[in-house]
Design a protein around this ligand. Structure first.
Ligand code: PA5
Ligand code: NI
Length: 166
C-alpha cells in the first residue's frame, strides 16, 4: 500500500514504526463463475498517512462488465470510484447506506472517521476477478484528505490519465 499514498515518505516511516494493518477483508469465496455471488465484509481501520485517510487499495474488476453492491453497517467514509475513461464519483458511506458500484467502475473505500472502523458488506459476481495493476500504474484521480478535521476530496497530483485505447 505504501505507494498508494501521496506521502510515501510518511508511509515508509509508518511501516518502520510497526506496519499497521490498514484494512481486513473476510469473504465467503464461491466458484469463480457467472451466477455465483462472492459475499463478505470489509473493515477499514481509522487512521491517516499524512493527511490521507486509511483506505483500501482499490481495483477494477477484471471482467469490467461486473458491478458490486455495498452496504455500510458502521463508521463514516467515502467510496471513491472511477471509469477507464477517467470519469469519477465519490459517494458517502454511512450506516444503512446501500451503494451500487455499476459495471466498469473501479472502487476504493476510505475511512474518514476519527475512531471507528468503517465496516461494509459487499457482494459481487463470482467471475468478476480483481485488476489491481491498473490502479497501481495510474492511481485514482481523486484522493480524500483531512483538512482541519473534515474530509475533503481533492485531485491526486500523481494520477496519470488513462491512455486512449487502454
Ligand atoms: O470486492 C471488493 O470490492 C471488496 O471486497 C474489496 O476487495 C475490499 O474492500 C478490499 O479492497 P481491495 O480489494 O481493493 O484491496
Ligand atoms: Ni470489487
Amino acid at each position: 500500500m505504501r505507494d498508494q499514498f501521496l506521502d510515501s515518505q510518511v508511509a515508509t516511516n509508518l511501516i518502520a514504526l510497526g506496519d499497521p494493518v490498514l484494512y481486513e477483508v473476510h469473504e465467503m469465496s464461491r466458484p469463480e463463475v457467472a451466477g455465483e455471488l462472492v459475499q463478505g465484509i470489509s473493515i477499514v481501520h481509522p487512521g491517516r498517512v499524512g493527511a490521507e485517510y486509511f483506505m483500501t487499495k482499490g481495483h477494477f474488476h477484471t471482467v469490467l462488465a461486473t458491478g458490486e453492491l455495498y452496504m455500510c453497517i458502521q463508521g463514516q467514509g467515502m467510496m471513491v470510484m472511477e471509469t477507464p475513461d477517467g470519469d469519477w464519483a465519490v459517494e458517502a458511506l454511512r450506516p444503512g447506506r446501500v451503494l451500487y458500484v455499476p459495471p466498469g467502475w473501479a472502487h476504493r473505500s476510505v475511512n474518514t472517521g476519527a475512531s471507528l472502523d468503517l465496516v461494509t458488506v459487499f457482494a459481487y459476481p463470482g467471475n468478476a476477478g480483481h485488476d489491481y495493476g491498473t490502479i497501481d500504474r495510474q492511481g485514482f484521480r481523486k484522493i480524500v484528505v483531512d483538512r482541519g478535521g473534515a474530509p475533503e476530496v481533492v485531485d491526486n497530483p500523481r494520477w496519470s490519465a488513462p491512455k486512449p485505447g487502454g
